[in-house]
Each structure stands twice: as structure tokens, then as C-alpha cells.
Design a protein around this ligand. Structure first.
Ligand code: NAI
Length: 216
């Protein structure tokens, strides 16, 4: 199916569709209309139809969508039908928490290695994977077909580490360090800042309290 120039806003909504469809599939639901999906997800049916139209529509008008088909198409669009090898750099609190989270593997993200510069952590196991010293990372990336590096290190060293990883073949970085990485063309960076999400929550909380007050 041909995908036109799709906006990042639409791409950003696909994982949520994917999650809901996965649940429907697990519950044995075979077909769902945009109205039903709208009711479940709290988005308008027209938004759903518009989003899906970017990819050719996925379904027959009037008959609803085939859940299994829609799930597998969105999975393909998100690249989840492939396996990705990833490594974590920084085996502190966050690196270990991500490493211990099994669910990524169900989506095809296979954790291959964990690295840290702190010798006290070397050999410590995170789900059967021993933390390795940074001195071994370049060779490891070259020899193990690693696509994605997860950066859970302080911002002071993230830029330098990212450069080394890219020079050795890393194609994508899931960046948790609070710094902008300037990478060569063709290398992808996805920044994650949990505090942004918390600030959004704080803003909405503030707005909600304000409107309650105004209502008396
Ligand atoms: P932590 O201090 O528990 O772990 C950091 C680890 O990185 C340590 O084990 C340290 O030895 C290692 N490290 C430092 N420099 C390194 C280098 N050059 N090469 C390899 N390993 C190196 O910290 P925590 O809580 O795990 O957080 C990690 C980073 O992620 C921090 O910079 C923090 O600000 C950031 N963070 C970002 C969040 C986000 O939403 N983006 C949320 C939480 C933390």
C-alpha cells in the first residue's frame, strides 16, 4: 500500500491505534467500525477515518475495519514486523529499568547488550545480559548488527558517545539524555523527555483547577 507524505502528527497517533487494536485482537474482535473505535479511544470517528485515509483507508466503508488486517498493516507501517537489535548505554536506574522491561521484545526490539563506564557495574546482569565496559562497545556494534542505541547517560557525555556509536554503524538513537544530538543525515534520533509529559499534566491540572474555581 502506497504511503504518501504522512505528517508526524498522524505517525504519532499510530502507536495508540496499534495498542487498542492489539487488545481488540486479543479479545477475539474481528471487525470494528470507526464509530466503535472512536467510542473506545475518545477520538472522533472522522479523525480516525482521516488518519487511516493517509494509508489508503484500510477498510470497506459501511462494513467497518478488519481488526487483524488493520493491526498487521499498522504494525508494518511502524516497522514492527521486523526485528531490531538494540543496546543500552548507561546501566544506571533508567537503563536497568528499560532493560528489565520485557515488553519491547514482543514488538521486535531485541536487547543485545548493555554498556556502562562504571567498573562496579561490569558483569552485573540485567535479564541475563551482563553489563559490559565501554571499551568493547565499538566492536560489539560492528559485529552484532545493532540498529538502535538507547542513551541513558548524563548529557555531559551523550554527544561524544553518540558520535562513536554512529561512526560504528548505529542507525537510530533513542535519546533519554537531556541534550540535542546533532547527527549526520540518515541517522534518526527520537528524544524522550518524561518531564515534558509531566509538565503537560501539570498544565492541565492547573487549567482544570482554574475552571473549577471559576465555576464556583
Ligand atoms: P544514573 O546515574 O542512575 O545512571 C547513569 C549511568 O550512566 C551510570 O551508571 C553511569 O556510570 C553511566 N555513564 C555515565 N557516563 C557514561 C559514559 N560516558 N558511558 C557509559 N556510561 C556512562 O542515572 P539515571 O537515573 O539512570 O538517568 C540517566 C540519565 O537519563 C540522566 O542523565 C538523567 O538526567 C536522564 N533521565 C532522563 C529522563 C528522560 O525522560 N529523558 C528520565 C530520567 C532520567
Amino acid at each position: 500500500m502506497e504511503e504518501k507524505g504522512i505528517s508526524q502528527a498522524v505517525i504519532g497517533r499510530l502507536p495508540r491505534y496499534f495498542r487498542y487494536l492489539g487488545e481488540l485482537k486479543d479479545e477475539g474482535v474481528e471487525r470494528i467500525s470507526s464509530q466503535e473505535l472512536s467510542g473506545l479511544m475518545g477520538v472522533t470517528a472522522s479523525q480516525i477515518r482521516q488518519d487511516f485515509n493517509n494509508f489508503g483507508g484500510f477498510g470497506q466503508q459501511g462494513y467497518g475495519y478488519n481488526v487483524e488486517f488493520l493491526y498487521s498493516e499498522i504494525s508494518r507501517i511502524l516497522g514492527l514486523d521486523k526485528t531490531h537489535h538494540l543496546i543500552i548505554i548507561g546501566a544506571g536506574n533508567l537503563g536497568q529499568a528499560l532493560g528489565n522491561y520485557m515488553n519491547f521484545e514482543r514488538r521486535g526490539f531485541i536487547l543485545k547488550g548493555i554498556f556502562d563506564k562504571n567498573p562496579a557495574l561490569h558483569g552485573k546482569k540485567v535479564r541475563e545480559i551482563a553489563v559490559q565496559p565501554m571499551e568493547t562497545v565499538e566492536q560489539f556494534v560492528r559485529e552484532n548488527n545493532i540498529d538502535i542505541a538507547v542513551l541513558t547517560i548524563p548529557k555531559s557525555s551523550a554527544v561524544e558517545v553518540a558520535e562513536v556509536l554512529v561512526a560504528n554503524g548505529i542507525k537510530a538513537i533513542w535519546n533519554f539524555a537531556h541534550v540535542d544530538l546533532h547527527v549526520p543525515e540518515g541517522i534518526l534520533v527520537e528524544n524522550v523527555h518524561l518531564s515534558d509529559s509531566l509538565m503537560k499534566l501539570s498544565y492541565n491540572l492547573e487549567r482544570y483547577s482554574q475552571s473549577k474555581k471559576e465555576q464556583g
